[in-house]
Every structure is written in structure tokens, then in C-alpha cells.
Design a protein around this ligand. Structure first.
Ligand SMILES: [Zn+2]
Length: 467
């Protein structure tokens, strides 16, 4: 079997075959953040997992369209907007910016498309209209529009594709207005929520009156708008299987009559210091909390990538210290190779890449992939110690590492020699900053950016990095 994933739909490991067999194009949707607070380390496990899947598919030659939505309107957000007396955009904007900053700090590639729910209201309304036209959704007395599970099942559709559900417990006519509910409260769920005064300014006009969308319909509308009615991969944390993903399938397949997603991949939970993360236990960490403790995004990424995505993972501060040691081992080895000169343009066939690929093809068996990498580090160190490397051999070995690192994204930033013109600009920026001429220093920063360089300020002074 070639590349395969555990598909929650079939509860089995299946070979990955994209819907469009004639091309290498793959559509992948990951449920993104609800921007009402900083994402915590449990959320980051899922997002780093998504980044790994995307990078690995790219490594295997696929052209991935990675879509991640931004949930910028839902129950929790509206509550916080009310409490903080801000506007919706002001409130969500700050957390959206923080989210992308954190993503970069963790070495994640930014998704190709990041649709915001509030910019897809028209598509959401069209989708709800389709469901009403097909008799699967209805407007209730409270003015909201609900999805009828009974009608959906009556069309021969299956509700409960990801999760086994007990319909005997479901009482006909019962409805749930909240976005989050347990499977014991199985009921018709809200697609469009009628306006209530607590919503404040957060409201849109619709054929059913003023209101706002439910959380689940947002993802159906955005994913299908960007990727089409059927697409290859849908990812998320296992906590989203029910009701969120189940409802996404029902809404999408109910509206189109077509299979929604071919492969559903779910990342498992994360414990912190052996316990479920909670603010009262003091084991609740955002990425910012960990950076403030002196760890780096790279170390956090390494630790999150050290275990298989389907196993519950115990995240600890000791683990982060271990990550630092492991990365130092890799850095030392790669640093010595770099001392010979730059990497070769192409990597030759190598045992480590074969082992690495075989491991990750097997439902992303990352432990076996790391074992191959550390064997390679040991072997390379031996060759470095006995002085058997030529410049050409070091260049190809470095190219092998870069091939592997294109998937892992944990390699140390390479310090590239900047041309004199760029160095002069950096010096001018420093001078402007010293003179507190921040307007000028920002202009120079933009100029550098336009020339393909970024300045990173560090305690040791500014550093130039190639974009
Ligand atoms: Zn979603």
C-alpha cells in the first residue's frame, strides 16, 4: 500500500487516492480557530498535525490546496464581544492576528485560503435555502431555522457517519439552539439563529429575518465554496467529530446529494502533565505562555510532532527540555555539514529518505520516521568524526536533510550572507531606530521586505533572514 491514512469514515487505514485521479490536486479543509482567545497547546496539536499532513502530501508530489476557516462569529464570541463592549471585528481581529503569529512561530505554513465566516454569510444563506427547498430544514416558532434529522434520514441519508448514535434517545420535535451539545442531547440543530437582544450589533438580514448563522453551517458553506461540493480531506481535533463534523456532513450531503468528504482525519487529545488541561489546575498553556517560559516555537513544534497523531499525548515541560536536547543534536550535525558549504540542488536516493517515507506513508508513523532520522544523525556524526566527508558528499547529505526537513519544518534558520546593499539598509534602519525615527525605520523594513529580506530583532541585535 502506498500513502495511507486512518479514515474516521471507514474506521480503517485506507490508501490515499484523491478524487481527481488524473491530477495531483488535493483539496484539504481543516477546521480553524474560533477567534475569541489565544489558541492553547491542545489546539496547536491539531494545527501542527494539519501542517504535517499538508507538508507530507506536498513531499509526495501532491498539489495541496489547504483551506482553514476562521470562525469569527459564534456563541462564545458574541458573549465576549458583549462583555468587552467592543465591535465584532475589533474583538476577533486581535485574536486572528495572534493566531497567525503563533502559527509562524510554530513553523507552520500558512494555509492557502483562510475564509472568515462573516465574509460568507451570503453563501451560508444560500446553503440554508437549499436545505429548506429539499424539505430538510425548517423555520421554527422561535424564528430560527433548524436542520431536521428525521427528514434527512427519511431521504435515505445517514446521520451518524463518524460516530455511532442512538436514535431511540432522540425525541422528535426537540431542538438544540446552542452550537455545542453532547450526543445524549441529539436533536435538530440550528442553522440560522434568530436575533436576540444579547446579540447586540452582531446580526445580518436573511429571508427568515435578522439573525446569524450557527457554527456548523459556516464550515459546510466555506469548505464547499472554496473546494467544491466534494473534496479529498477534512481534518480536525477528535472533539469535533460530534456534533460539528457530523453536522457538516449532514448539511452538505443534505444540500447537494453528493458525498461531502472522502477522508476524515482526526487528531487525538492532549494531556498536560498527565492531566486534562484546565485553568484551575495551572496546566493550561497557550503558545505565548510557553514562549514566556523561555521555550521556542521550534521546541514546541518538535514535541508536538514527536508522537503519533491518533494517540493521546502527554505534553510536559520536561518533554520540552528533551525537545531542546534532541534539536541540539540535529543542529550540531547539520551545522557541521553546513560548514563544508551549501546544500546540493538535488538529493540522491538515500536509505534515510526511503525509511522516512515508508514510515510516514503508514498513516504518518512519526516514531518510525524519527528513528530513521536519529540513526542518520548517528551515522553522519561518525563520518564527520572520522573525517571522511568531501565537500561534495557534505552537500548531498545536506540536501537529504533539507528534503526531510521540508516535511518536519524544524530545521534551524539558515543564516545567509546578505549582499552589501541589504546590510547597508539594515544599518540605516538601526540608525533611524536609534534616532527614534520609527516612520523611517518602518519604511526601510518595508523596502527590505520588497527586496526579499526580513529583519528579526533579537536580544543580540537585528538579524537578516531571506524571505
Ligand atoms: Zn469546522
Amino acid at each position: 500500500m502506498g500513502l495511507s491514512f486512518f479514515n474516521t469514515l471507514s474506521r480503517s487505514v485506507q490508501e490515499f487516492k484523491p478524487l481527481d485521479a488524473s491530477s495531483k490536486k488535493v483539496g484539504m479543509y481543516c477546521c480553524g480557530p474560533t477567534v475569541y482567545d489565544f489558541a492553547h497547546i491542545g489546539n496547536w496539536r491539531t494545527f501542527v498535525f494539519g501542517d504535517l499532513v499538508r507538508r507530507y502530501l506536498t513531499f509526495r508530489g501532491y498539489d495541496v490546496n489547504h483551506v482553514m476557516n476562521i470562525t469569527d462569529v459564534e456563541d462564545k464570541i458574541i458573549r465576549r464581544v458583549r462583555e468587552t463592549k467592543t465591535t465584532l471585528r475589533e474583538f476577533t481581529g486581535q485574536y486572528e492576528t495572534a493566531f497567525f503569529d503563533d502559527m509562524k512561530a510554530l513553523g507552520c505554513h500558512l494555509p492557502n485560503v483562510t475564509p472568515r465566516a462573516t465574509e460568507y454569510i451570503a453563501d451560508i444563506i444560500t446553503l440554508i435555502e437549499k436545505l429548506i427547498a429539499r424539505g430538510i430544514a425548517y423555520k421554527a416558532n422561535d424564528g430560527s431555522v433548524y436542520f431536521s434529522i428525521e427528514k434527512y434520514r427519511g431521504c435515505g441519508c445517514l446521520y451518524g457517519q463518524l460516530q455511532k448514535l442512538n436514535f431511540d434517545e432522540m425525541r422528535v420535535g426537540e431542538r438544540v439552539a446552542s452550537d455545542e451539545y453532547e450526543k445524549e442531547s441529539l436533536a435538530d440543530f440550528a442553522l440560522w439563529k434568530a436575533y436576540v437582544p444579547d446579540d447586540g450589533e452582531v446580526t445580518w438580514d436573511s429571508p427568515w429575518g435578522k439573525g446569524r448563522p450557527g457554527w456548523h453551517i459556516e464550515c459546510s458553506a466555506m469548505s464547499m465554496k472554496v473546494l467544491g461540493e466534494s473534496f479529498d480531506l477534512h481534518l480536525g481535533g477528535e472533539d469535533l467529530k460530534f456534533p460539528h463534523h457530523e453536522d457538516e456532513i449532514a448539511q452538505s450531503e443534505g444540500a447537494t446529494g453528493k458525498p461531502f468528504v472522502k477522508y476524515w482525519l482526526h487528531g487525538a487529545f492532549l494531556l498536560v502533565e498527565g492531566k486534562k488541561m484546565s485553568k484551575s489546575l495551572g496546566n493550561f498553556f497557550t503558545l505565548r505562555d510557553l514562549l514566556a517560559k523561555g521555550f521556542t516555537g521550534r521546541e514546541v513544534r518538535y514535541l508536538l510532532l514527536s508522537a503519533h497523531y491518533r494517540g493521546t499525548f502527554n505534553f510536559t515541560l520536561d518533554g520540552l527540555t528533551g525537545a531542546r536536547t534532541a534539536l541540539a543534536r540535529i543542529d550540531e550535525c547539520v551545522g557541521k555539514l553546513r560548514a563544508f558549504g551549501p546544500a546540493a540542488a538535488t538529493a540522491p536516493q538515500s536509505e534515510v529518505v526511503t525509511r522516512f517515507t515508508t514510515a510516514l506513508d503508514d498513516d504518518l508513523n512519526i516514531s518510525a520516521a524519527w528513528a530513521a532520522i536519529f540513526d542518520w544523525v548517528t551515522e553522519t556524526n561518525k563520518r564527520l568524526a572520522d573525517g571522511s566527508f568531501t565537500v561534495a558528499a557534505a552537500a548531498t547529505t545536506l540536501a537529504i536533510w533539507e528534503q526531510i526537513n521540508s516535511v518536519l519544518g524544524i530545521g534551524a534558520a539558515t543564516e545567509t550572507e546578505a549582499p552589501a546593499e541589504i546590510v547597508a539598509l539594515l544599518e540605516a534602519r538601526q540608525a533611524a531606530r536609534k534616532a527614534k525615527d520609527f516612520k523611517r525605520s518602518d519604511e526601510i523594513r518595508d523596502e527590505l521586505k520588497a527586496k526579499g529580506w526580513v529583519v528579526e530583532d533579537s536580544p543580540k541585535g537585528p538579524k537578516l533572514k531571506k524571505l
